[in-house]
Structures are given as structure tokens and as C-alpha cells.
Design a protein around this ligand. Structure first.
Ligand code: ADP
Length: 396
């Protein structure tokens, strides 16, 4: 049996406890010191501008890169959210504000965007802003830690590349149109009747040239928008008429596959400011996709255009192949095609929906979809109640 420790033994024990507590403290302090040093060195080593924003107080802590890269003096009063937002280019500020609000609502933790930021010398540079959002246990956003990377050089290179692509596509369009025109003339017996083998060969040339022209046109349209050369020219137009005209264009393709397109126009709708080319291009894209990605014979496509409380919404619903869950986040990305779509429809560019999204952003619209594999897909376009109008925008 163990007795109570004698007095000197008890003292020894308590001293030992004190010593180990001190050792523990100094160990913790050392770990803390090393961690702080590590963060300080990372702050110094990276070329990114790092920030820590407390959303409650609106205070911001920056690393030295803010001063080194943007030329601000050490005593610049940059420690508030207000200072930050005031330094975003006025043409980008509203978009960024909306994107941040969407981010907070979405429940996501990470986010990125691009915008122009004012430097101390009065010029603007392009930055890529990447943030990580910390939320309170009930989900309220409380803090953002992130980085700004100066991507001005990259933007300039992209611009030069886009200019080049735009020029090349433009130059390709004319000779391609000539090829299509002459092959169509041959098919139509312009220089005499063709035998069936000749007709089949020329038919292939026509089809290939039609596909190439479509590709070149898509690329040209994308580069136009990316170069901010898209102009929205709204005039007062009846959306029902535009939809009916677009359906008429697509009906031959749909009938060929035995797919019906149903549109019941809402006759209470009035004309509204629309750019007919842009509007029809979006409807055309949704409709052709609905027809292309639906199996023959049993397919039907419904199209709706209605006024809701805060907006107009165009809906195109099909009972086609659907979009696999893993592909869904990428469907509006440039050149992206899901495998099930490639299997059913070999030819495609993956540019149509990317273009639709850019066009919608250009007039303050929004596009999204819902889809179930094997059951069908519904695409939506939302338009402001004021119809289409030009916005200044930048792609992020
Ligand atoms: P493309 O149709 O030329 O491939 P898009 O950009 O129009 O290019 O579409 C991108 C991808 O989105 C398609 O390849 C397909 O995977 C998917 N998609 C678009 N619309 C539909 C739809 N209605 N049903 C199923 N998948 C679709």
C-alpha cells in the first residue's frame, strides 16, 4: 500500500511538475514562433498579395506585397474593406459585388474572380482574386483569407492571341463559304447530273464545309465577345415571334429525327427591348442541343417564355439523354462536351453554351440548367424585366 508522500518528496514532485509545465510552455512558444516565422516567410516569398479580411469589423491585413507590387506607401490607410472596394475599377465593382453575394449564398468555401485594381501611380492592373471563406457554425461568413495575383501580362497576351484568332477566323470564313457554295451548286446539277457516287462524295464535302463554317463562326463569336466587341442593340420586339421564327429554322432537323417541338406563346406578353440576333442565337442553341441530344422518335421539346415577378424566363425542356452529374459543373466551359453527348452526336464544338453564357452576361442575363441522366434536360435563360441592355463586363 502506498502512503502519503513525505514533505520533501511532495515538494520535489511539485517542482518537477512546474518544470515540465515551463518546458511545455516554452515548447508551445517555440512552435508558435516557428509557425509565425513560417507565415511571415511565406508572405515574403510569394509574389501574391495576401489578405486577411474580417467581415465583421471590415478590417483587412495585407502582406508587404501590396506595397511592393502596387506601389502604395507603408502608411497607406489600406486596412479597411472600404479602401479595397474603392480601388476596384468602377466598371468591375458591381459585378464583383454580385459575385461575392452569390458566393456567400452558395455555401461554397473557395472562390475566384478577376478585376481591375488601382495602383498607386493611378494606372489599373488586372488581378486574379482567390479567396477562402470562413463561416461561423451556423454558416454566416466571418472571414476571407486570400490572394491577389497581378495577371496584367497574361491578359495582354490573351488579348493578342484573341486578336489573332479573330483575324484568322475571319480570313477562313470567305474561302470556306466559297467551297460550300460550289459544292452545293454541283449537287444541284449546275454542271450536269451527278451519278450517285459523285453525289455522295460532293455531299460529304458540303457537310464538312458546313461544319467548318459553323466552327469558324462560333470561334469568331467567342473571340468577339472575349475582346468585348459584342454590342447589344436592343429594339422593341415580340419575343414570341422571335421564338417562333427560330423554331421554324430547327423544325426540319427535329422532323428528321421524329422529335416534336411544342411552344405555346403567352399572348399577354408585350414587346420588350431585345437584340434579335443575340436572343435568337441563344434560343437556337438551346433548341438545337435539345434536338441533337434526344434520341430519335420518342423525343419532345417544350419551350416556354414567361414573365415572373422579377424577370422574364425562357425555358427549353427535353426528354433526352441528360447530362452526367460529373460533367454538370463544366457544361458552360469552353470546348467542353460530355461523353454521352459525344457518343450520340459525334460532331460538336463545345462552344455553343460557352457563347450563350458570355452573351447572357453581356446583357445582365443568367443561364443555368437542370438535368437527370436518361430523363432529360431543361435549360433556362433569365432576362431583366427591362429587357436587354449593354453592360460593361469582364470575364472571370
Ligand atoms: P456542342 O453541342 O457543340 O457539344 P455546346 O456548348 O452547345 O456544344 O454544349 C456543350 C455540351 O453540353 C454538349 O456537348 C453536351 O455534353 C451538353 N449538352 C448541352 N445541351 C444538352 C442537352 N439538351 N442534353 C444533354 N446534354 C446537353
Amino acid at each position: 500500500m502506498m502512503g502519503a508522500p513525505s514533505k520533501p518528496a511532495a515538494r520535489r514532485k511539485s517542482e518537477a511538475r512546474k518544470q515540465s509545465a515551463t518546458a511545455l510552455h516554452s515548447h508551445d512558444a517555440e512552435v508558435l514562433r516557428q509557425t509565425l516565422e513560417r507565415y511571415e516567410l511565406i508572405f515574403k516569398a510569394t509574389h501574391d498579395i495576401l489578405y486577411d479580411l474580417d467581415l465583421d469589423s471590415g478590417t483587412v491585413v495585407w502582406n508587404e506585397a501590396l506595397h511592393v507590387q502596387f506601389g502604395y506607401a507603408a502608411d497607406e490607410p489600406a486596412d479597411t474593406l472600404e479602401w479595397w472596394t474603392q480601388h476596384i475599377h468602377p466598371d468591375d465593382a458591381l459585378r464583383v459585388e454580385h459575385q461575392v453575394a452569390d458566393w456567400f449564398d452558395s455555401g461554397a468555401t473557395t472562390w475566384q474572380t478577376e478585376y481591375r485594381f488601382l495602383k498607386a501611380d493611378g494606372s489599373y492592373c488586372y488581378v486574379r482574386d482567390r479567396g477562402f471563406l470562413q463561416r461561423a457554425p451556423h454558416g454566416e461568413p466571418i472571414r476571407i483569407i486570400g490572394s491577389l495575383l497581378d495577371i496584367t501580362k497574361q491578359k495582354e497576351l490573351d488579348l493578342a492571341k484573341d486578336e489573332f484568332i479573330s483575324l484568322v477566323s475571319h480570313q477562313l470564313r470567305t474561302p470556306l463559304t466559297v467551297i460550300r457554295l460550289y459544292s452545293e451548286m454541283l449537287t444541284n446539277g449546275f454542271i450536269g447530273k451527278l451519278d450517285s457516287a459523285q453525289e455522295a462524295h460532293i455531299g460529304r464535302i458540303t457537310n464538312a464545309s458546313v461544319r467548318l463554317i459553323k466552327l469558324v463562326e462560333d470561334i469568331l463569336n467567342v473571340s468577339r465577345i472575349e475582346l468585348d466587341r459584342i454590342s447589344i442593340n436592343p429594339t422593341s420586339l415580340d419575343p414570341n415571334k422571335l421564338i417562333e421564327a427560330t423554331i421554324a429554322d430547327i423544325t426540319p432537323l427535329a422532323s428528321e429525327k421524329g422529335i416534336t417541338i411544342v411552344f405555346e406563346p403567352d399572348n399577354t406578353l408585350h414587346a420588350l427591348p431585345l437584340d434579335d440576333t443575340i436572343f435568337c442565337q441563344i434560343v437556337h442553341n438551346f433548341l438545337t442541343n435539345a434536338v441533337r441530344y434526344t434520341r430519335p422518335l420518342k423525343g419532345h421539346v417544350d419551350i416556354l417564355f414567361v414573365r415572373e415577378d422579377e424577370s422574364y424566363v425562357l425555358t427549353v425542356r427535353d426528354n433526352g439523354i441528360g447530362i452526367p452529374k460529373t460533367d454538370q459543373p463544366h457544361i458552360f466551359s469552353r470546348f467542353y462536351r460530355a461523353n454521352n453527348a459525344v457518343n450520340i452526336e459525334e460532331h460538336g464544338t463545345g462552344l455553343g453554351l460557352y457563347l450563350v453564357k458570355l452573351m447572357a452576361e453581356a446583357f445582365n442575363g443568367r443561364v443555368w440548367f437542370e438535368s437527370t441522366m436518361g430523363r432529360g434536360t431543361t435549360f433556362f435563360l433569365q432576362l431583366p424585366l427591362t429587357g436587354m441592355s449593354q453592360t460593361t463586363h469582364m470575364h472571370a
